[in-house]
Design a protein around this ligand. Sequence first.
Ligand code: SF4
Length: 474
Amino acid sequence: MARTYLVETYGCQMNVHDSERIAGLLDAAGHIPVQAGEQADIVVFNTCAVRENADNKLYGNLSFLAPIKKANPSLQIAVGGCLAQKDQATILKKAPYVDVVFGTHNVGSLPVLLERARIEEESQIEILEALEHFPSTLPARRFSAFTAWVSISVGCNNTCTFCIVPTLRGVEKDRESEDILNEVSALVDQGVIEITLLGQNVNAYGVEAGKKGAFAQLLREVGAINGLERIRFMSPHPRDFTDDVIEAMVETPNVMPHLHMPLQSGSDAILQTMRRSYRTEKYLGILDRVRTALPHAMITTDIIVGFPGETEEDFQGTMDIASKAEFAAAYTYKYSIRPGTPAGIMPNQVDEKVVGERYTRLHEHLQKISLTVNQRAIGTTHRVMVNEIEGRRDGDRGRITGRSEDFRLVHFEPIEGVRPGDFVDVEITEASAHYLIGNPLKVTATRGGDAFEARNKESSGPAPTMLGIPTVKS
Ligand code: SF4
């Protein structure tokens, strides 16, 4: 029986990519996506256990749905993702009207569990401790016609004390390179021109199996796929970052000059208690070598402020590294206790007010650094891939937004005929901490635009709604 569905996602890129699979599975089961605000017969929450407010958001949304479900018992509610894997039965205790709770290892079971819950009129809970299928073998409804994420591994072998991912996603499992290459080739055949290789620690790819240099090799092999314009990857871990990856970045022209490498703290003492097995010197050394090999590369990062035991001196270390590293952008997080993590029971938690105050200082400092980095782009020309064309309002000409090769957001005035997926050379005229503004010079390719048009014609309904904001993790 065809029914409508809505997927709401919290958390990182992994979750956003999992939501594409959830949507693909529901499509394959004959269901139809609807936009947020429209009535859906099935609502799926793909949850996160890492972000502080993801559980508040989930339980808030479940409470909102409670009276709707009471009035319309045929509405089905499913909760999956990391929080479901962690809280399991708690979700049903707090919201007994939820129909299905499924974990991170059995996304593929969702359609069956929904059907079973409907027929048996009973909530279904199924959480597996290990992976059933490598998720990329499941169908997916991609949220973009010309960009795609491709998982190269799931899970993580590290034990960062603030992180629940290894507990929830298990030890690292790498996908066969042949499967990855086949998936990328199939995506390119469908019109995809940019892919992002995803893993919690991409540099560890192949290491367990003794395949030294496997990630660098993978970059080269993916880079050789005809028609693929852009390759990105996320996230490398400084511990496993090796120079052969830099060489592969230099020698593979379609690997983009952008490195998102989590720093987390600029204090060696805090890195040690975080169980991040690199020190600031190593981190800065990697950046130096990347910049020597790729002088125009942009570096972005993740930083946690107020980890247990962080002193003012430790915090100053983070401020100093931020200046030295010249991050083009940084995703900063206030540390907060995540139940189930070793850091959550450390005795020396930092006072919330102090954390807030340091967060504000760091944020302002990083803004200034990003602005300085972005101002250097004024007068240069960037090849921008168009993501979005904003509509024109009265008296407003609208604008086009895209990403430069080094992953900066670029806005420019509309030009006739440009579509998402096109490439436009843009001369940068203005800069802010978060974006660049420029004049379009010429459209340099239209392959993605053609794919977008074709996909729009084929599409049987709107892409599943993403209410959560995708952010960077690891
Ligand atoms: S923070 Fe990243 S590297 Fe560390 S345990 Fe979590 S997923 Fe693994």
